[in-house]
Each structure stands twice: as C-alpha cells, then as structure tokens.
Design a protein around this ligand. Structure first.
Ligand SMILES: *Cc1c(COP(=O)(O)O)cnc(C)c1O
Length: 455
C-alpha cells in the first residue's frame, strides 16, 4: 500500500494553492505560510493516528485555516445587535466630518505648534479647549480613554492622600477597571463611606481631614440600584472643603441635549457634564466614545488650575493621544458647538423615528427578501457601553426564521460580517444600530440566510 504520508502537500504547494484561493490570496506570504504549516502538521498527526486523508482535503483545510486567520484581522462589521455603543464592536460609529478630519490630520499638523509665532504649543489647545467650551468648563484636556483620565486625575491630585468614595460607587466598569484598584495603583488611599445603598453628606463630612485630596463620585454606569437608596449629590458634596471629582463615564455633554429637538425620554436621569460642573464639580472625566459619539478617548474638564496640574503631570505624556484622535474629537466638538447632531451617527441612530426604522425594514423586505420568512418585529435597543443601564430605546428588527439559529448567526458573522442576535428561535437584525447605508448589505445577507438555512 502507498505511504499515506504521500498525501501531505509541501508548504510551497499549499501556499501556492492559497495564493490562488480568492478569499485569502491577498494575505501576506508569512501568514499563508503559517496557515499552511499548521494545517500540514495537523494532517500529519491525523495520518499517524491512522486517518486516510486526500491531498485535496488537506488543501481545503488549509483554506479554512487561512480564512480563520483573515477573519482575525481588524475589519469592518455591521452591528445589528441593537446595542448602539457595543464595546466589542468598537463603540461609537464615526461620522463623515469626523472621518474627514482624521484623514486631513494624517500628515503634518499644528498638533503642538503655534502657527502665528512658530513656537511650541499644546495638543490640548484644540479638541480639549473646544470640548471644555461645549460643556461650559474653564479648561479641558484629552487622554487615551476615560480609564486613563481617571488615573491621571488621581495620580495628579491624590497621590499619597485620601480619596473619599461612597460604598455604593466602588464599581467595576468592565474589562477589569475597578475603582478601588485604580486608587491603589495611583497610591491614593481609599476612604469608603456610607453603605452600599445609602450614603449621606454627613458620612463624607465625618472623614474629611487635612490629608483629604477630594471626594470622588463614580457614575454607576453599568448597573442600577433601585429601592431604598440614597446618594449624595454633587451639589451637596461641593459644599465641603475639598474638590469634587466626578467620573461621569458616558459623556452626555448636556442633559438638555441642545443638539436634538428635545431630550429623548430614555436618557432618563443620566447626568450631563455641563450640569455636573454647574453643580460644583471641580473636575469631570468622561469617555469620548460613549454618549459623546467620538473616537476612543478620555476627556478631562474642570477648573483651569486643576487641569493645568494634570497637563504638567509626567503621566500625561504617557496617556496622551495622537493627532488623528484629537482631529476626530475636534470635529465632534465642533458638531456640538454647532448643535448639529447630523454629524454624530450615534445620535442619528439613537433618535431615529420608529416610522423611519419601519420604512427601512419594509424596504429591505420588498427589495430583496421572500416575505413569508421575514418580518419586521418590535425590539428593544440600548445605548450600551455601560451607558444608561436598565433603559431601553424602542426599536424594530428584521426577524428571520431559520433551521439552525446558532449556525445562522455564525454564517452572518463569518460570511457577511454582521453581528445579529437570537430571539425565540429566530435571527434578529436590529435596525437602530445598523447605519442606513448598510441596509442593502443586511438585505443581501438575510436573503442568503433564507436560502442557506431553510427550515
Ligand atoms: C466606561 C467608563 C469608564 C472607562 O472609560 P473608557 O473610556 O472605556 O476607558 C470609567 N468610568 C466610568 C464610570 C465608565 O462608565
């Protein structure tokens, strides 16, 4: 009998095969070689265990492996989950003016350069300054994300000192960002006050001493306490003798949402950055890519003196962000200053009328799909990204009956780069988190789904 190992192709032959395969041909040679080697090694093991493999099977497997490699590259996805700020899908979608600004800033810029005098400037003079203006703060600066913003503020103002936090706000934000651990990392001493459900001004008052750096309020972004609860407001804390620092999380610039016709009801009691400052916070930190709707970044706004100290801290250099982020954020800040939500896809999607979503859903069905297996159904979208826990946004989804929901969802992800959800044995694509420009792709993908997964 033939040596079964004869079926094993060489790495060269396998790579040459992959270079002719349409899906993976463009991958760098080294990635194809690695995929070929993995496949051949596995095939050799299986042959040694007695499997009889054809060369064509092994080449096919190499293609599957190379496809998996391609699938791990960073690439565009369509978010049909209904979670508008999906952290795993990159949070806020960026608008055209933001993307244009990022492209324009790709070459040389006046990032840290004063054009008039030719002297060195500050990278915080652009977006940081404009965002401060947009929420009524004296000054502002930008860092890499809100976690970095909190770290910088604590390192600057509280190293070796005491920070008073309510026990109800010692939260974990997700991705392992825990308030007590961050405090420990910055060598600030955490002074816990109150109880999980109730903390009063008197609790803070009792512990404040000469070594207290600040009271810190942390927005309980990703959970909600209901029932017998009481928290001390920023306005109350501002009556104490130490600065109030607020980690606001989401970055709703203004509760009154002057960039919208009216504040949406699902914003509920989400605090605005402007109002938090008006209430007397000395510093507020928030994310650029949550309710602000910009690129990943952290924004620190507050009094000029304290922001200046943060800028001077050595960590500011380590946590700063690059020209493209600052350019994108500048465009977002300008949209807010212009009260123009049309430039911010997050607000466009969050506030789209139900009638508009219904029209889009019907149009997709009418143009591409067989009506009997697809329906437009009610669904609940959510802000996500740890914003507005417990509040949902009324939405609509396209629901498709399929034979196997798990395989169908996988098919949508791998073949069409669409992340949808399972509900009652159906595949749902929420239309609120999908950009209107993506409707045709959703239609084509669902038509394929219907053909591939007939019940
Ligand atoms: C999301 C969040 C953070 C972390 O912000 P990133 O921008 O993701 O680093 C910190 N604090 C609160 C309250 C948050 O909601």
């Amino acid at each position: 009998m033939d040596n079964p190992r004869r079926a094993l192709p060489s790495i060269e032959v396998t790579v040459a095969h992959l270079q002719r395969a349409s899906n993976v041909a463009a991958l760098p040679h080294d990635l194809l070689t690695a995929a070929a080697r993995t496949t051949i090694d596995e095939a050799r093991k299986r042959i040694e265990q007695g499997a009889l493999l054809e060369r064509s099977e092994i080449l096919e497997q190499a293609e599957i492996t190379a496809n998996a490699v391609a699938g791990r590259l960073l690439q565009p996805m369509i978010n049909a989950t209904g979670i508008l700020l999906h952290t795993n899908l990159g949070r806020a979608p960026l608008g055209t003016s933001t993307i244009d600004a990022i492209i324009h800033a790709s070459g040389s810029t006046n990032l840290e350069y004063i054009i008039e005098t030719g002297q060195r400037g500050s990278r915080h003079d652009h977006a940081g300054h404009l965002l401060a203006l947009a929420c009524g703060a004296e000054a502002g600066m930008i860092v890499n994300n809100n976690a970095a913003a909190v770290v910088l503020v604590l390192a600057t103002l509280a190293r070796g000192k005491e920070v008073v936090v309510s026990r109800g706000e010692l939260v974990e934000i997700g991705g392992g960002f825990r308030v007590p651990e961050i405090l420990a990392e910055t060598s600030a001493q955490l002074i816990e006050v109150g109880t999980t459900n109730r903390t009063r001004l008197r609790d803070y008052e009792k512990v404040i001493n000469d070594n207290t750096a600040m009271t810190l309020k942390v927005h309980a972004s990703n959970y909600r306490m209901v029932g017998f609860t009481e928290a001390t407001s920023v306005a109350e804390l501002a009556t104490l003798s130490v600065p109030v620092v607020v980690d606001a999380g989401s970055g709703l610039l203004d509760r009154d949402t002057p960039w919208l016709a009216q504040p949406p009801s699902w914003l509920a009691d989400e605090p605005g950055i402007r109002q938090t400052l008006d209430d007397g916070a000395s510093i507020v930190t928030f994310s650029g890519d949550k309710l602000l709707g910009g690129p990943q970044s952290g924004i620190i706004v507050g009094t000029r003196v304290l922001i200046e100290r943060c800028k001077q801290h050595p960590l500011a250099r380590a946590l700063r962000c690059d020209k493209t982020t600052i350019a994108g954020l500048q465009a977002v800040a300008i949209a807010y200053l212009d009260r123009d939500a049309s430039q911010i896809p997050l607000w466009q999607r969050a506030t789209a009328e139900m009638s508009e979503l219904r029209a889009r859903g019907n149009a997709i069905i009418n143009t591409t799909l067989s009506l009997d297996r697809v329906a437009v159904v009610d669904h609940e979208a959510a802000a996500g990204g740890g914003s507005l826990p417990g509040h949902t946004i009324p939405s609509l989804a396209l629901a498709v009956v399929v034979s196997d929901v798990t395989s169908a969802l996988r098919h949508l992800r791998t073949r069409h780069h669409i992340v949808a959800i399972a509900r009652d044995g159906r595949v749902l694509c929420d239309l609120r988190s999908v950009g209107p420009g993506e409707d045709a792709l959703i239609g084509a993908a669902l038509a394929d789904l219907i053909a591939t997964f007939a019940p």
